[in-house]
Ligand binder design. Structure first.
Ligand SMILES: [Zn+2]
Ligand SMILES: [Zn+2]
Ligand SMILES: [Zn+2]
Length: 164
């Protein structure tokens, strides 16, 4: 079993526009394969969620959309776009922050496991950890049908510990 964890530190200086364009390209592919349409609004919402590696709240999203467009989209439309993005694995919902974060690898289905810094609010998605098999095993033993499995681990990121 591969237990490697991709730990890309969002604090490390990097070309974030590359993250965004990679995410948009992956989204186009995922939608095409699913026969779904990445409408202009869905794409715009995804782009906004990807503006940083910090989860973005729905209200912030609505605010930004309202500020940059005089034809403010109705909140239900934006929520539907977020539902769509979630359904296709393009964003994950972080319940503890009531916010959304873009997924860097939407092409394979997976559960969202996150380290979330309570200081800078960066959310680091863990991939291929042992968390999923462990949960699956316990659930199976208890005859429990898992429907969602988002794991949100709160703490301080390396950067914020250093700065403290
Ligand atoms: Zn980035
Ligand atoms: Zn993900
Ligand atoms: Zn931090």
């Amino acid at each position: 079993m591969n237990t490697s964890v991709s730990l890309e530190d969002p604090h490390c200086p990097h070309d974030h526009s590359q993250c965004v364009s990679d995410a948009l390209a992956a989204a186009e592919q995922v939608c095409e394969r699913a026969g779904a349409r990445l409408t202009a609004l869905r794409k715009r919402v995804l782009e906004l969620v990807w503006q940083s590696h910090r989860p973005l709240g729905a209200y912030d999203l609505l605010d930004t959309l309202a500020r940059e467009d005089d034809r403010r989209p109705a909140p239900p439309t934006v929520y539907r776009a977020l539902d769509f993005l979630q359904e296709h694995g393009l964003v994950h919902r972080i319940a503890s922050l009531n916010a959304f974060i873009g997924c860097a690898s939407p092409e394979h289905t997976h559960q969202g496991h996150f380290l979330i810094c309570r200081n800078c609010r960066v959310a680091i998605e863990l991939e291929q950890t042992l968390i999923h098999p462990a949960i699956a095993e316990v659930a199976q033993r208890m005859g429990f049908a898992v429907e969602s499995e988002t794991v949100e681990i709160a703490g301080l990121c390396a950067h914020c510990q250093e700065a403290a």
